[in-house]
Design a protein around this ligand. Structure first.
Ligand code: GRF
Length: 209
């Protein structure tokens, strides 16, 4: 059977991308390969990490273009590499509606909070300032809403009294590196069904129908 081809979009460090690449190497993710890593920043540290894994990379900067034009170029690269599933891994730009439409229900993102709490940016600081006792991370499908698409899976992380944004972010990131590869493995296996807003295991979806 042919492998599911992943296209990973990054803007920076790329540690979640590396976690997915490691999980493919170790066999945790079966039946998938990374076709390309695309960064919208030429200085993204993740580009070197991807090259160390022997993964093809591309830099596609937005420059002064519209979001649509930028995304069209990315779609061209993803299509030319026959990408089946797009994984956002610290990709710091919103995608255009036409991009989301073309890859409908085939774009995943990882977000460092327990959605729907704290969508958007700087969310570990928001979690501490709000005073929540637990935060975490969420893998979700991407739709036109900001961090609002159907949730694939989540991990809970406690917030400690002496946490700074950095210590909380680091504790959440450890969980991200476990959660994202497991979620990708499940989506690649096809063990899911989207029912309304809910992402169910296939067996559960069948029981409910
Ligand atoms: C992670 O915290 C992820 O949840 C968020 O951006 C950060 C990316 O980190 N979307 P990295 O580039 O994967 O190291």
């Amino acid at each position: 059977m042919s492998k599911t081809r992943l296209g990973i979009l990054i803007s920076g460090r790329g540690s979640n991308m590396a976690a997915i690449a490691k999980a493919i190497q170790s066999g945790l993710i079966e039946g998938a390969e990374i076709a390309v890593v695309i960064s919208n920043c030429k200085n993204a540290a993740g580009l070197e990490k991807a090259a160390e894994f022997g993964i093809d990379t591309a830099v596609i900067e937005r420059q002064s273009r519209s979001r649509e034009d930028h995304d069209r170029e990315m779609l061209g690269v993803l299509n030319s590499r026959n990408v089946d599933l797009v994984c956002l891994a610290g990709y710091m730009r919103l995608l255009s509606n036409s991009f989301i439409e073309e890859y409908r229900n085939r774009i995943l993102n990882i977000h460092p909070s327990l959605l729907p709490a704290f969508p958007g940016l700087d969310v570990q600081r928001q979690a501490i300032e709000f005073g929540v006792k637990y935060s975490g991370c969420t893998v979700h499908f991407v739709d036109e809403t900001l961090d609002g698409g159907p949730i694939v899976d989540q991990r809970i992380v406690p917030v400690h009294d002496d946490d700074t944004t950095e210590t909380l972010a680091a504790r959440i990131l450890e969980q991200e590196h476990e959660l994202y590869p497991r979620s990708v493995a499940r989506i690649v296996r096809g063990d899911y069904q989207i029912v309304g807003r809910r992402v169910l295991h296939k067996s559960a979806a069948l029981r409910g129908s």
